[in-house]
Design a protein around this ligand. Structure first.
Ligand code: GTP
Ligand code: MG
Length: 236
């Protein structure tokens, strides 16, 4: 299993990104002052993501040793870029401030955990939540209740204490857990939805196909899970 850390933030880069972003928007320089602790905030969220990355790596390697099974296929970790962060805050109608980011934006730090089987999704959730320093903030189960598009994934917002020189701070991290099949589906559907130059009739046609493939994939992954279980339980 590999943990792929995507666009890790160069903390110094954040301030210049911020100035550039705000310069083009009608908020004025007052906002730059309100957001001047953004670099520190990103460092804190990065540390939170690192804590969960390590927890998940340890969980997978323990299962490898004790049960000859790797629940995690691979993981991706990413920090939200400054531009999307500010746009999200504006879209939600909040003033630009570090406090509002901490209170209202839950996916500054995100980890996507891609599992081999469906049971592994819930196994990982259960084990993470059983750890004494982890708190569940919010849970959206799009596997039990798929989105209208057919999207499936388990999204949990979890918090963990990060120990800094001045004491401990609780940090929220969004963890999306889904199978290899769900992940493959989401990547393709994402392409369809974000390609703005595709004809709308085609988007509708492919969207409908993808919706039915999502159901088929869920069926096949369930059957493969069953075979895997039988083989694991098989004693000769
Ligand atoms: P936002 O984070 O503001 O979008 O709101 P939210 O936190 O309520 O969002 P949600 O939990 O529904 O999921 C957000 C993330 O899940 C998105 O950034 C996507 O990565 C993914 N996602 C949600 N719905 C879909 C979908 O229909 N198709 C695909 N491909 N991805 C989706
Ligand atoms: Mg979100």
């Amino acid at each position: 299993m590999i943990l792929e850390r995507q666009n890790l933030m160069n903390i110094k880069q954040i301030s210049s990104d911020l100035e550039r972003e705000l310069a083009g928007k009608p908020f004025g320089s007052a906002n730059i002052k309100k957001l001047q602790n953004l670099s520190q905030l990103y460092q804190l969220y990065q540390a939170g993501a690192n804590e969960f990355g390590t927890k998940l790596e340890n969980l997978d390697s323990e299962f490898q040793v004790n049960y000859d099974h790797n629940p995690i296929h691979h993981m991706e970790e990413r920090m939200k870029d400054v531009q999307s962060l500010l746009n999200k805050l504006i879209k939600k109608g909040y003033d630009l401030s570090v406090e509002n980011i901490q209170k209202h934006i839950f996916d500054v730090a995100g980890i996507r955990v891609v599992t081999n089987y469906i049971d592994d999704v819930y196994l990982i959730e259960k084990i993470l939540l059983s750890q004494s320093d982890v708190t569940l903030v919010r849970c959206k189960d799009y596997i039990k209740n798929p989105k209208p598009s057919g999207y499936r994934s388990l999204h949990i917002i979890v918090s963990v204490p990060v120990f800094q020189s001045t004491g401990s701070k609780s940090v929220n991290v969004e963890i999306q857990i889904r199978t290899v099949g769900m992940d493959m589906w989401a990547s393709l559907e994402h392409k369809l939805r974000y390609k703005t130059d595709i004809d709308s009739a085609l988007v509708e046609k492919y969207g409908a196909k993808l919706h039915s493939y999502a159901d088929e994939l869920a069926g096949i992954e369930g059957k493969m899970q069953h075979i895997y279980q039988q083989l694991s339980d098989y004693k000769n």
